[in-house]
Ligand binder design. Sequence first.
Ligand SMILES: NC(=O)c1ccc[n+]([C@@H]2O[C@H](COP(=O)([O-])OP(=O)(O)OC[C@H]3O[C@@H](n4cnc5c(N)ncnc54)[C@H](OP(=O)(O)O)[C@@H]3O)[C@@H](O)[C@H]2O)c1
Length: 371
Amino acid sequence: MMVRALQLARKGWGRTAPNPMVGAVIVRNGRVVGEGFHAGVGCVHAERMALAGTEAFGSTAFITLEPCSHFGRTGPCANALIAAGVKRVVVGTLDPNPKVSGKGCELLRRHGVDVSVGIEDKACQDLIRSYTWNMSTGGPWIHAKWAMSADGKIASLSGNSKWISGEKSREWVHGLRGSVDAIVVGSGTALTDDPLLNVRPDGKRTPVRILLDRRGRTPISQRLAQSIDWGPVVVITSNQAPLEWRRVWRAKGVEILAAEDCLDALKALAQSRQWSELLLEGGAQILGAAFARGWVNEAHVFVGAKILGGVAAPGPIWSPVGDPGALTMAEAQQLVLADCQVSGPDVRLRYWVQETPLGGSFGRPKTEDIA
Ligand SMILES: NC(=O)c1ccc[n+]([C@@H]2O[C@H](COP(=O)([O-])OP(=O)(O)OC[C@H]3O[C@@H](n4cnc5c(N)ncnc54)[C@H](OP(=O)(O)O)[C@@H]3O)[C@@H](O)[C@H]2O)c1
């Protein structure tokens, strides 16, 4: 039943922040009589959705998170369970919110409800990890995402990285983008990739797109500036950026913030706007700086079925595959994923190397060139 409640809770993915995802199942006489989840801020809580129109007297409620006992946007859910005559409440995990933690269970017990806590607790805690983080630190949960070739390169020798991962992975990333408050890239990525950073198709949220550009190097012709109608863009820059450059970007409707330290300013911005989740999309310097500050909570690493090679290509210099490397993405050695296994803390990937007639990549002549 708790696994079902977890499934229900995930229906709220990307919509509930700053609230947590919660799922609930009501069981009476061995039958599920009510199901609910929290669908978003201002929406009814999972327990109330599950109780609505249900004869719950003498029932057992399975809830992923401890029911609230305080008056927020809605009345306390613990009271609703008591009023409905629920006999037993099975809770996945306690609420990390100090206003609630333990108090919801206590209130239920005081009214004679039998309460057990800690069923599927690991999964229930994982479900609310960003909420727990927000509660305990006051800062956002930070995702880092990158795609690398099977030899660890993040771009080809020309600097281009479109596309290292396949369509399915990119689709997943769009889902992630649509569930965060803001997406961040550095000017190096903007200059080489000209990213839009939007969500396709439109997601549950419209994230703020943030560019970190201390020197004001990114031209106004970039898609980021030209797509302001899609959603807000913030540029965090410094006094090194020319005033005229700032004026031009501002005239496009972009919010310009000048700071001594772009990352500190990003953090302050996230806190002042009470953002729950941020997504760092690179490039290497921004991710390096974020990891160095111990900021990253979750990393999404896509290993594309390609070999890029090339000592000078972005990524590790002593990558497993050295020169000559692929100049462009089109010249990458194509692989086909044969198997993927969890190997202790590692992942073992097995690929078939796609037949390339007489090379066809890494600067070697292609069949048609020889013919
Ligand atoms: N495979 C992938 O998943 C992926 C993802 C993204 C990018 N890429 C590739 O990565 C390459 C770009 O990476 P990159 O490392 O050159 O550029 P980057 O990390 O995107 O941007 C670096 C620039 O950001 C600015 N910046 C602002 N605040 C900073 C701070 N606190 N610390 C460091 N830099 C700060 C700096 O320029 P200023 O001093 O002018 O501000 C710096 O030169 C491209 O080839 C791109 O295609 C790959």
